[in-house]
Design a binder for this molecule. Structure first.
Ligand SMILES: Cc1cc2nc3c(=O)[nH]c(=O)nc-3n(C[C@H](O)[C@H](O)[C@H](O)COP(=O)(O)O)c2cc1C
Length: 170
């Protein structure tokens, strides 16, 4: 599968088979995250991979009862231990973690798995469930597992609405 195929096949999966993910697949998926770029190569991401069924259910409740997450073989809790701000004024934590997460999402496609980004969750509840310290930012969750649904046609703006050349033309 080439990169564009993986990009085209990725979709937000909200129905999973309750099936464990093979260790080798998880290893390749997190190797893809490890190879992601990061500001100053700080590699400030940390991933808590929740595979335990009972904990998955608790995490799904902490994600405002998005219970489809409990069915996924794993829930990736993507964290950052950095408070570094780039000279452009942007903090790196969410940017770096997001790049690594999308590497995860694309490698998951290659492995026959599906994902769903999850930004709707209660960080303090997750801290309690998973023992994540206060100084660590919980950036995003990602459901990861064998899909029980099919990709829908993506709804996207046309290129002309999002790209211009040489001059701001929007
Ligand atoms: C940062 C971010 C947060 C998101 N949070 C949620 C979420 O909490 N629950 C959910 O079901 N989908 C969530 N999504 C998925 C988006 O709704 C989805 O990516 C968008 O509708 C486009 O659909 P597609 O991913 O299938 O192409 C999130 C996506 C992103 C990128």
């Amino acid at each position: 599968m080439n990169v564009f195929e993986a990009i085209s096949k990725r979709y937000s999966c909200r129905s999973y088979l309750d099936k464990p993910i093979e260790k080798e697949k998880l290893a390749r998926i997190f190797e893809a995250a490890r190879l992601a770029p990061s500001a100053k190569n700080l590699q400030d991401w940390r991933f808590v991979v929740v595979t335990d069924k009972d904990k998955r259910t608790q995490v799904a409740h902490a994600a405002y009862d998005q219970m489809f997450l409990a069915q996924a073989g794993a829930i990736v809790v993507a964290c950052s231990n950095s408070d570094y701000v780039m000279r452009c004024g942007q903090p790196i934590n969410a940017i770096d973690v997001a790049i690594a997460l999308e590497h995860i999402a694309l490698q998951a496609v290659e492995e026959g798995l599906a994902t769903c980004w999850i930004g709707s969750f209660e960080p303090d509840k997750l801290r309690q469930i998973l023992g994540i310290p206060q100084n660590i930012a919980i950036i995003e969750l990602m459901g990861l597992g064998y899909p029980a649904d099919k990709q829908r046609t993506p709804i996207r703006e046309p290129l002309t609405s999002i790209v211009c050349y040489n001059q701001w033309q929007f």
